[in-house]
Design a protein around this ligand. Sequence first.
Ligand SMILES: Cc1ncc(COP(=O)(O)O)c(C=O)c1O
Ligand SMILES: [Zn+2]
Length: 516
Amino acid sequence: MSYRAWFQCINPQCGATYPLNSIVYQCQQCQSLLEVQHDTAALAARGAAAWMKLFEDRYKSNEWPYGSGVWGKKEWILPQISDHNVVSLYEGGTNLFWAERFGKVIGVQDLWIKLCGNTHSGSFKDLGMTVLVSQVKQMISEGAPIKAVVCASTGDTSAALATYCAAAGIQSVVLLPRGKISIAQLVQPISNDALVLYLDTDFDGCMRLVQEITKDPTLYLANSMNSLRVEGQKTVGIEIVQQFDWEVPDVIIIPGGNLGNVSALGKGLLMMKDLGLIAKLPRIVVAQAERANPLYRSYLRNFESFEPMQAQKTLASAIQIGNPVSFEKAVRTLKQFNGIVEQATEEELADAAALGDRTGMFNCPHTGVALAVLIKLLKAGKISKSERVVVISTAQIPNRKAPVLVTADMVASMRTGSVIVDLAAPGGGNCELTRPDEEVNANGVLILGPMNLPAAIPGQASQLYSHNATRFLSQLLKDGAVHLDFDDVVISQTCITHEGKPIGEQIEALLQGAKA
Ligand SMILES: Cc1ncc(COP(=O)(O)O)c(C=O)c1O
Ligand SMILES: [Zn+2]
């Protein structure tokens, strides 16, 4: 049986189609977004049970490239690509973490976290990038004049693009907003030989530029407005259902920025329903940072209007996006899945991430947004305790495998005053939020946080953790609750907070222990 797919305009009044090897990102008739359409009749001929069996047989097998979570579903993704042109780094197949303890803490009985960050470049972007770069490789082999593949990024997209292009031997170009991505994510494309343009603008500014420069057909656009990405990312929903032995969860929560991923999640699930693999759909919740919440604002108006906004600085830097390209697709998905949009403040997201970590996770701030939203919706009664809930964790914390070791020498050289070593800042960090130097000057206490830790490698973990740690400490100092007038070294092993409490007890105990 031969299967076929093509680009189709999402505007139902238009429906124009284009072959997958044409260099086109938006409908040339009406400028709407495109999506990949499949020959559903041909796919349906195989039967749901046969598809499930095939996907199970291939799942994580050694049969290249079908052991990949994406390419194991190749007929549903890019059926016409030759295996020879597939650029795969064995993406997908990520753990569905049973968050039993966290569920108990927050009061939901059946909670699961889909760890999409456990992958080659550290985020779910690998799922879509393998598809896009494979298609580019095929097009180049057919003689397309593509010189480079280009994207705007808040960090994760550029890391994924650079790594897949490097693996394929194709030049990548990434446009990044200066100072708005973590250094760890700046390092990834540089290491992978991308041409890195670090620009004085925000993500939305980079996105406008990318759309401009990719009018040149030799520069191929890799952002998620290119619906090839969505095809790979749509496997996440299929994989979750497969991991539940083909049972559909009640609710799936996903953090949203440019809104390609929620559209992808919906697309995969709808395809399963159309082809008879499942009979019901879950409810989809999009979680946004309050400082970058254009979808949330529109949701409050029943999606009757949409206003792009200037996104503000947020710990969840990958979703600091004010003008999401896939807004229309996301709204369509939310309407089909009885959707909810909720937002989280900086404090809510940091506390939720840290609370989750105490039960065995290691959350990035974007996952923190989704966990915070779960907590809020439970409190509001919009998700019930008995529902099976899946939270999509979109990325891992960069540099998590390279914690900074505080050596005796380092501590000795700093015994000029009281020293607090924030060991929970494993990666160091570029956190303007924490401003440890202020605490040094005002209180004669050196908080050995990310900025002044000599061997620090910047990373997102520390942004969260030292934010919590120093926020608490400065509060303690301001309240006069503790007097740090001894010149011992205090080592704070765990600077984890939930609503300000546990960290207080821990640090206080440490301080008192040191005094005694
Ligand atoms: C870690 C992370 N989480 C969530 C998102 C949001 O995905 P989307 O932009 O498709 O909404 C992104 C990318 O923007 C991301 O990098
Ligand atoms: Zn059209």
